[in-house]
Design a protein around this ligand. Sequence first.
Ligand SMILES: Nc1ncnc2c1ncn2[C@@H]1O[C@H](COP(=O)(O)OP(=O)(O)O)[C@@H](O)[C@H]1O
Ligand SMILES: [Mg+2]
Length: 419
Amino acid sequence: MSSARAASHPQPAAHRQQPPAAQHPATGEAAVQATQRAELDGELDLPVLDAVADYEKIKRIGEGTFGIVYKARDKRSGELVALKKLRMERERDGMPVTSVRELRVLQTCKHPNLVELKRVVTGPKLDSVFLVFEYCPHDMGKLVDSLSKPFHESEVKCLMQQLLSAVAYLHDRWVMHRDLKLSNLLFTHSGELKLCDYGLARYFQPWEESYTPGVVTLWYRAPEVLLGTEQYTEAIDMWSCGCILAELLRGEPLFPGRTEAAMLELMSRLLGAPNERIWPGLAAMPHASRFSLPPQPYNYLRQEFPGLSDSGIDLLNRLLTFDPEKRITARAALRHAYFTERPLPRLPHYMPSFPSAHDADGGGGGGRGGQHRNERREMEEAHGRGVKRRYQQEERDRFGEAFGDARAHRRPEVLRRMD
Ligand SMILES: Nc1ncnc2c1ncn2[C@@H]1O[C@H](COP(=O)(O)OP(=O)(O)O)[C@@H](O)[C@H]1O
Ligand SMILES: [Mg+2]
């Protein structure tokens, strides 16, 4: 990353002031709250005041890498919310590092296309903490799999503009999401797209750094991550955006590989196999010798997307560029000519609305993407298990003994070093 960029953007939000001590007005769970507050010491100024008993759980709508998600109703206001229960079982005490990160990102990043965190609430046990989000009736994964035909191009442009604005906003604040995929894109009845799930998000540095390898769900994983690099950049999110654009246009995943080797083969067959000339440094990638790519010199995007204009193909090619240094940024993608040519992006307000996939048990009917529904779920679950293991191992390696020590979570300098 260039130093010009380092100079032109704000550094991640500085340490927050500790909020005043508080006591739950109804339950008097002062001890619990005091502990929660100590765990979040200096990191959050969200009030941890409410009890989860203030919410009526309606149904379970999601379960993934780091938590179970419920549709629920605020008993006082009647408002629908999504409650995400944070998983704590692997920690001896204190907040898991992943949850602290998710909270820090959610607290400091506010944007119309990022799902809004309303508050943090506690359950009856010391270790049960729930994040309360605005409720969105759809996730794009279930929605796309349920549609009988893909979105119209003007609708795809509307969705992509919203996604790219959210990603540009995160990248401007030195946050990479690291798990962009359809099921982390929520959709409202008023046509708004909301990016969710910051379980893997983290602050990045303007200089070369090592991060957890193997991040991002397989179908959306950039080639440099597949090839084992730990020195990736926010460009990994842009590759995922390319996969998402293609999937929205086609109604089917672009690279539905089951293994890392299959993923690289699918990419090479569609885009032409990468080589040192188009991607300097490829041969030195940690897993470069592990995979043999098919000798395929042609780019078949035009044949795969016959109805797409030249600028549409150009944007896809710039997002799906093998060399991360040359891959388009989110800000540049937003300025791309594709969004100013006909058909123009539809306004969110005029997007079609659909019956909620969360309410349809078993989800979705026999849409075009129907055959991918089970594969998508299996792949996401496998990814969740794998990445969680690697991610937690990285933290243990980095902090050694301190990781298991609850006091480590309360030391702000430890938390600062992590990001
Ligand atoms: N605010 C929300 N409104 C509606 N559904 C949600 C909301 N947040 C999450 N979900 C649903 O729950 C699923 C899992 O939530 P997510 O935050 O992605 O966590 P994870 O994938 O780590 O379990 C999402 O794919 C989506 O279907
Ligand atoms: Mg998710």
